[in-house]
Design a protein around this ligand. Structure first.
Ligand code: NAD
Length: 546
């Protein structure tokens, strides 16, 4: 019998914006808080303590303010339920104020020379370096990822700050000869205006940097709505931008749910660009809501990424790559390897090695150095992930390991799921088609590289893919034929760097890319400029004899 996946894995605020719109969530009852039969050590909340505050406000036009409704919500640690802080549960009125501030600030910011805007980003990059450890400690507490990965998340933002800071002295356009005499022509990038930045919780520092830093260096202003599961990291991000010299109104933060704040931002007539990273379902809603305003919409959505392992692969390297890609960040990466497509000749050996590798992983709080797998983000996510285990079993896939909510040993206070591997998976099964966003991967058996590529491409998403092979011909065929925005050879499905385009084909997005030069296309308009210095009225396409 087919089962439905439980919930969406979203926070309760995003699930029920209408229900919550007029009532504040009493602090201490967050969706992430769970029964307190505390066994895990209490957080020292070192990074939070550094802030000296537990109650936070929106930041609009350079001023701190509560939500107009007075409502609040609480951020809690998925590792053990400890409180991280209380944040304003904002509504459309707060978005209106923030957009007005961003619109006013735009008139000056767009005129600041781009190299000077870039220098602000360099200072921001340096502040991130200075604060890297504290931000990482905070991240492992608020979002749950293990500390080494949290440091990687912050490092990605550092890299982006320096890369986009450098764009301040590039932002290249073209010059090209005219078909007419005494005429000069060029194209230049121009900023667009107010950008609405809507981010998920899984890369709470890196993803905001991928959006805000190119937006700012191009001369736009920003209204930022971070995920309700990671508001404090969003808050710190904006504080550091302000400390780096971003003027009042240029970056504003409005906390709250997707339905209330996110949608108000998308529908606001003065917001010209929306950049969203999130689920496919949210992307579709955002695209529809933005349609009437003919806005620029940039979407980075879900994935169902596959690693192909051919019969000539280095199996130990493949196992390492799969373990990292499938279970890193507890499988909560858009680029997570949630399918492994293995050649029949190595399938059994690979499956055995993978199971042993998964079973060796230690679950626990992310801030302990020997933890391999941290918690998933909230109870809804935990239930959704587990529901896919039941779906897989019902579909006839063979559960090789995991498949259960982890408890005991201090894990009962958080949201921990055992690394899970299904074998004998048919490519059409739901566990091989739908984004689970947890530490679950599905093994599919094939007998040729063509069949492997067909299976890899047979999903609606197209973000990341990988092939392990020592055969250069197979590698090049895979590079050509895998229908994804990112392909790795002899590496896992994760590991993007900031100076190449990042994004996916098919339902993973709507054709844009972030990072690298490609990001500039999201945040600028092209303007073509023709300068005629002939002193005559020359007519293009008509005065053909000149
Ligand atoms: P989500 O779609 O639930 O939420 C993302 C953001 O959108 C949140 O800030 C949320 O509040 C907001 N939102 C929700 N409904 C909205 C609406 N109607 N209008 C405007 N904003 C709204 O996603 P999530 O659970 O936070 O993140 C996980 C998803 O993000 C996964 O699908 C994952 O694959 C995807 N993701 C994609 C990439 C990528 O680069 N392609 C990177 C990371 C995560």
């Amino acid at each position: 019998m087919a089962r439905r996946a439980v919930g969406s894995g979203r926070s309760a605020i995003d699930d029920a914006p209408a229900r919550r719109a007029h009532s504040s969530r009493p602090t201490g009852q967050s969706s992430k808080r769970r029964d307190q039969t505390a066994q895990t050590p209490k957080l020292d909340l070192r990074a939070v303590a550094l802030l000296g505050a537990k109650t936070f406000q929106n930041y609009i036009g350079g001023e701190r303010m509560d939500a107009s409704s007075g409502g609040t919500f609480e951020s809690t640690s998925p590792a053990n339920g400890d409180s991280i802080g209380t944040f304003p549960l904002s509504k459309a009125e707060d978005v209106d104020q923030a957009v007005a501030a961003a619109k006013a600030a735009y008139e000056e910011w767009r005129l600041v020379p781009a190299p000077k805007r870039g220098e602000v980003l360099f200072r921001f990059g340096q502040l991130l370096i200075d604060q890297k450890e504290d931000l990482s400690q905070l991240m492992t507490r608020e979002m749950g990822k293990v500390i080494a990965e949290a440091r990687g998340d912050v490092q990605e933002a550092i890299d982006m700050a320096f890369y986009m800071g450098g764009e301040g002295r590039r932002l290249f356009g073209q010059t090209t000869p005219s078909e007419l005499r005494d005429k000069f022509q060029m194209s230049v990038r121009t900023p667009i205006g107010v950008v609405g930045v809507i981010t998920p919780w899984n890369f709470p520092v890196a993803i905001p940097s991928w959006k805000m830093l190119p937006a700012l260096v191009c001369g736009n202003t920003v209204v930022f709505k971070p995920a309700t599961d990671t508001p404090l990291l969003g808050e710190r991000f904006v504080e550091l931008l302000t400390e780096a010299g971003v003027p009042p109104g240029v970056v504003n933060i409005v906390h709250g749910g997707g339905g209330a704040v996110g949608e108000a931002l998308v529908r606001h007539p003065d917001v010209r660009v929306i950049t969203l990273t999130g689920s496919r379902e949210t992307g579709v809603q955002v695209l529809k809501a933005a349609a009437d305003g003919l806005k620029h919409v940039h979407l980075e959505l879900g994935g169902k990424n596959a690693i192909i392992v051919m019969d000539d692969a280095d199996l130990d390297l493949a196992v390492e790559g799969i373990t990292w890609s499938a279970f890193g960040t507890s499988g909560q990466r858009c680029t997570a390897a949630s399918r492994v497509i293995a050649h029949a000749a190595v399938y059994d050996e690979l499956a055995g090695k993978l199971v042993r590798s998964a079973e060796r992983m230690r679950l626990g709080v992310g801030w302990e150095d020997d933890t391999d797998v941290g918690p998933v983000i909230n109870r809804g996510a935990l239930e959704k992930i587990h529901s896919y285990t039941e779906i897989g079993k019902d579909e006839g896939a063979k559960l090789l390991t995991g498949g259960e909510i982890a408890s005991g040993d201090g894990l009962s206070d958080g949201f921990y799921y055992r690394p899970t591997i299904f074998g004998d998976v048919d490519p059409g099964m739901r566990v091989a088609q739908e984004e689970i966003f947890g530490p679950t991967t599905a093994l599919i058996r094939v007998s040729s590289v063509e069949e492997a590529v067909r299976a890899a491409n047979g999903v609606k998403y197209g973000l990341s893919s990988s092939i392990f092979t020592r055969d250069v011909n197979k590698a090049f065929r895979a590079m050509r034929d895998l229908d994804t925005g990112i392909t790795y050879i002899n590496a896992g499905t994760i590991g993007a760097e900031v100076h190449l385009p990042f994004g996916g084909t098919k339902d993973t997005g709507n054709g844009h890319r972030e990072a690298g030069q490609a990001a500039l296309d999201v945040f600028t308009e092209w303007k073509s400029i023709y300068v005629d210095y002939s002193g005559r009225l020359q007519k293009a396409q008509i005065d053909t004899s000149s």
